[in-house]
Design a binder for this molecule. Structure first.
Ligand SMILES: [Zn+2]
Length: 321
């Protein structure tokens, strides 16, 4: 499916590790935390997964590190002076709508968007933005959120951020830091009681096998595929490192919910744009899962997985209340 990489964290994932007593003895609902850089990222990566788990009774919290203040307006119809005048406010309102559609909880962690630097050489990042914060400062609110929400599973980006936006790279760094530090009572004092999440996943969303499947399905249906260029590029970069897909979560029934949440981010998403080029039924036929790389795990699990909570359901006494 995709090239297997040597990943020290992945190796750890295969080892048998004792589940911390606090987690193994815990009761209540399963809890999933998705950590994202900007409002709209939660709707483009893992949204159908979250919609499915919410409807199955899992508590889902999206943590959004920045307010998306420096995002461009990517939907021409929304590029109006009154929108530009309060882009931060508009994006908060968009996030609130997407949150309701997905059925998740969501909180902003209060950092300022770094923007995507452009030019050669690249300009320095703006003063005070998320991307220039020392790790300890950048990670503290997320450690606090982990200690409060007590997730069993955390989803985030890989070390390249999925794409090279400074906020996405920093989001990866703070997620790994929180996964590793939140259970240590000596670290991040004053941010709550220690808590050890059991699994950390990276989103593997825009990968070649999926686009190939969508492309072929559209050709089969006699439709014009928009993916040829993307696939040619992938061919050129075939030797680039890609993450092993360890986990495929079936969530095709929730693709419409995902699309509605995406459209709620009206400044970022053109409802007539590339996001919606492939008919939903064709997507369901060609690739009905959202995919992940298990980067850290403190529970035993057999790969490939089809459930983010594989190895955890058995350990946690889940109540149906
Ligand atoms: Zn983003």
């Amino acid at each position: 499916m995709s090239a297997v990489t040597t990943d020290p964290a992945g190796r750890a994932a295969r080892g048998a590790v004792t589940v911390p007593a606090q987690a193994s003895g815990s009761t209540g609902k399963l809890r999933l935390m998705a950590v994202h850089a900007h409002p709209d990222d939660e709707s483009s990566k893992g949204a159908a997964t979250m919609a499915r788990y919410v409807r199955e009774g899992v508590d889902v919290l999206v943590c959004t590190l920045t307010g998306g203040e420096r995002g461009d307006i990517l939907n021409k119809a929304m590029d109006r002076p009154e929108i530009r005048a309060d882009l931060a406010g508009v994006r908060r309102a968009e996030m609130a709508r997407a949150r309701e559609i997905l059925g998740v909880q969501q909180r902003f962690l209060g950092f300022v968007d770094s923007g995507l630097p452009e030019g050669d050489p690249l300009p320095p990042l703006p003063e005070g933005c998320f991307g220039v914060q020392p790790l300890q400062v950048a990670a503290a609110p997320l450690v606090q959120a982990v200690r409060e929400f007590r997730p069993h599973v955390i989803l985030t980006y890989d070390e390249n951020g999925g794409y090279p936006h400074p906020d996405h790279v920093m989001t990866h760094r703070v997620s790994v830091e929180a996964f590793e530090a939140a259970a240590d009572p000596d670290r991040y004092p004053g941010t709550g009681e220690p808590w050890q999440p059991l699994k950390l996943y990276y989103f593997v969303t825009f990968h070649r096998a999926r686009f190939e499947a969508l492309h072929n399905e559209m050709l089969r249906l006699g439709l014009e595929s928009p993916y040829a260029e993307r696939l040619a590029k992938a061919e050129e970069n075939a030797d680039r490192q890609t993450w092993e897909i360890t986990t495929l979560v079936p969530c095709g029934d929730y693709f419409e919910v995902r699309d509605k949440a995406l459209i709620a981010h009206a400044t970022q998403i053109d409802p007539h744009g590339g996001w919606f080029a492939c008919p939903t039924d064709a997507q369901r036929a060609a690739w009905p899962t959202e995919d992940y790389h298990l980067a850290r795990s403190l529970v035993d699990t057999e790969k490939p997985e089809s459930d983010l909570f594989a190895g955890i359901r058995e350990k946690v006494n889940v109540c149906s209340c």
